[in-house]
Design a binder for this molecule. Structure first.
Ligand code: FES
Length: 129
């Protein structure tokens, strides 16, 4: 069996929603100290719904594929659902990642949480949806 699924390869080669959003409502940047990879998520939020999302990832192929899939999974979703997105859900949507690459999908979960937190802080809102 190939190390990476077709979906991982597809999202790595053709990542969706790459870039930054000017005037984003929430920005989350996280990194993994061990591998040094960095992921940044930009959210546009309207009425507590993610209307647009983009990412910049300086990292490995699994991190790029995870960011890409995560953005697809949260686009158009209300924040209460967005905050439930786990790295497990991202990994499953990618048809799996090798065990030593699971931490790459954790970055996606953390970056989204950080972006929603940023949105809450900027708007004096509780981090609770
Ligand atoms: Fe660190 Fe993939 S190797 S995010």
């Amino acid at each position: 069996m190939a190390l990476y699924s077709e979906k991982v390869m597809d999202h790595f080669r053709h990542p969706r929603n790459v870039g930054c959003i000017e005037n984003a409502d929430g920005i989350g940047e996280v990194g993994n100290a061990k591998c040094g990879d960095i992921m940044k998520m930009y959210l546009k939020i309207d009425n507590d719904v993610v209307t647009d999302v983009k990412f910049e990832t300086f990292g490995c192929g699994s991190a790029i594929a995870s960011s890409s899939m995560a953005t697809e999974l949260i686009k158009g979703k209300p924040l209460n659902e967005v905050l439930k997105l786990t790295n497990k859900a991202v990994t499953e949507a990618l048809d799996g990642l090798p065990a030593h690459k699971l931490h790459c999908s954790v970055l996606a979960e953390e970056a989204i949480q950080a972006a929603v937190k940023d949105y809450c802080e900027k708007n004096n809102r509780e981090f609770n949806f």
